[in-house]
Design a protein around this ligand. Structure first.
Ligand code: ZN
Length: 488
């Protein structure tokens, strides 16, 4: 019984011990919770350097550092550092603002701080001026740029954006980069007090020449006081028309880049060759003239003229080269030879003076080969009164003057045989010639020795002429030109 009572007491005592233990535990927990609440522990960041950082373009960003600890009111900071995760990066080769985030986690809660890094460009570009050793400006060019370059730490080469302005005796170079930083450099120019060049005529200041195909100008040299030969920069204005008599000027000038001009003048007098005055024969005279040959009927014609002892005039062409040697024969037999044309191409020869001269003097050379002398006699294709040349207004007026000035006498006619389209009947041609000659004391008859029906008329004309007291002559430089009058 007693044992049972003791057992019951022990059981009671054990139960009371549990209760005490639980009570103590509860007090401890309560105390801890209260301490935690009172401590209010939280994360605290420490940032080295500023929250806002400004950094020059191209300067590498060096992280100054951030760390985090916990801090509380009761127990202060704990020394243990919390792990930090950094988000974001800085590219110092690109302008702009970058945000760096520093994050940590403590007790299931995230916290972070930020730093802003701004990359700026405040460095102006650099302009470098080049200088050429021994360089001296001249009157011609003034100051010629020796060269420059511009570069920028951020934008690279800016040479093409340099503005260059001349201010008196200096040049100001300015350039800005994309951030608005501006550089200015000044170049003081070397001594600009140079003398203008001197123009020196080669040859005489006044040239006199006889009218001819060409005038060769001797030119003009130019040099400055530094010894630079500037002749290559001389501009020449040559108004000389060498085949027309007159007073002309050749003007030379040299102009600097600034627009200053130095000039010189040569005068050229083109004199006419001079032709003898026309002399009308005193006796009744017939001049037989034949154009467009030699051809197949020229030889027979020469035989006929020889038989009657009559001299005629041939205005020759090179249209039938097989007969060209008849020019030489005609000349040796006392006939006159004049230039008609090489090709008898109206459109070509009257297109320009140069074309006409080319054709004319080529024929003149053929005559020279045949006869050993140059003729001064000629007849224009179509005559001087032709209108086919109107493709080139005024060409006949210019050509007649030019040819006379160069010493050539042109001949038209005052009796038409009609063989150039009027008729192909010899009888009519003879009649035309007789009728024409009857109207004049002195007659220049137009015939074509490339037409057999016209050549066939010659014997009758000679017989008739002799019977009627006419003299037959070959044209010479002072013979009557029978000029028609110009229509162009
Ligand atoms: Zn002709």
């Amino acid at each position: 019984m007693k044992e049972k009572q003791e057992q019951a007491v022990r059981k009671k005592q054990r139960g009371r011990g549990w209760i005490v233990a639980l009570a103590i535990l509860a007090i401890l927990l309560l105390t801890a919770s209260m301490l935690t609440l009172l401590d209010a522990r939280h994360v605290r960041f420490y940032m080295t350097g500023d929250e806002d950082v400004t950094l020059e373009y191209g300067t590498p960003y060096v992280e100054p550092g951030v760390y985090a600890v916990t801090a509380g009111r009761l127990f202060g900071e704990l020394p243990e550092r919390l792990p930090i995760e950094t988000c974001g990066s800085v590219d110092s080769e690109r302008l702009g603002t970058y945000v760096l985030r520093y994050k940590t986690r403590w007790f299931f809660a995230d916290s972070e701080v930020e730093r802003r890094v701004t990359i700026v460009d405040t460095t102006p570009p650099v302009i470098e001026l080049r200088t050429i050793e021994g360089y001296t400006p001249t009157w011609l060019t003034g100051y010629a740029e020796e060269g420059y370059s511009a570069s920028d730490n951020c934008d690279g080469d800016l040479t093409g954006k340099v503005r260059r302005t001349a201010e008196g005796e200096r040049i100001v170079y300015t350039v800005s980069d994309s951030s608005g930083n501006t550089a200015t450099v000044v170049r003081e120019l070397p001594d600009l007090h140079y003398d203008p060049p001197v123009l020196t005529l080669r040859g005489d200041a006044h040239v006199t020449m006889e009218a001819g195909l060409r005038y060769e100008d001797a030119g003009c040299t130019a040099a400055d006081n530094l010894g630079n030969d500037l002749s290559a920069y001389v501009e020449t204005e040559n108004e000389v028309v060498p085949w027309l008599a007159g007073e002309y000027e050749v003007r030379y000038s040299i102009t600097s880049e600034k627009g200053d001009t130095i000039g010189a003048v040569r005068t050229v007098t083109v004199l006419p060759h001079g032709l003898p005055a026309e002399k009308l024969p005193e006796e009744k005279t017939i001049y037989l003239t034949f154009d467009d040959g030699p051809g197949p009927y020229t030889e027979g014609l020469l035989d006929l003229l020889k038989k009657y002892g009559v001299k005629a005039t041939f205005f020759v062409t090179d249209q039938q080269s097989d007969y060209i040697d008849l020019i030489g024969r005609a000349f040796r037999e006392g006939h006159s030879i004049g230039v008609h044309t090489l090709r008898h191409d109206y459109d070509y020869i009257y297109a320009s003076e140069e074309n006409y001269f080319e054709d004319f003097f080529a024929m003149e050379e053929i005559i020279y080969k045949q006869t050993g002398s140059y003729t001064q006699l000629f007849r224009f294709p179509g005559g001087s009164s032709n209108t086919v040349s109107r493709i080139n207004p005024g060409i006949m007026t210019r050509l007649t003057q030019a040819m006379n000035d160069m010493g050539y006498q042109y001949f038209d006619w005052n009796v038409v045989s009609g063989d150039a389209g009027g008729t192909n009947k010899t009888k009519e041609i003879i009649q035309n010639i007789k009728d024409g000659c009857a109207e004049h004391r002195v007659s220049v008859i137009l015939q074509h020795d490339i037409k057999d029906y016209s050549v066939a008329a010659v014997e009758s004309v000679i017989k008739w002429g002799k019977e009627n007291g006419y003299a037959f002559r070959a044209l010479t430089l002072d013979s009557p030109g029978m000029h028609h009058g110009l229509n162009n």
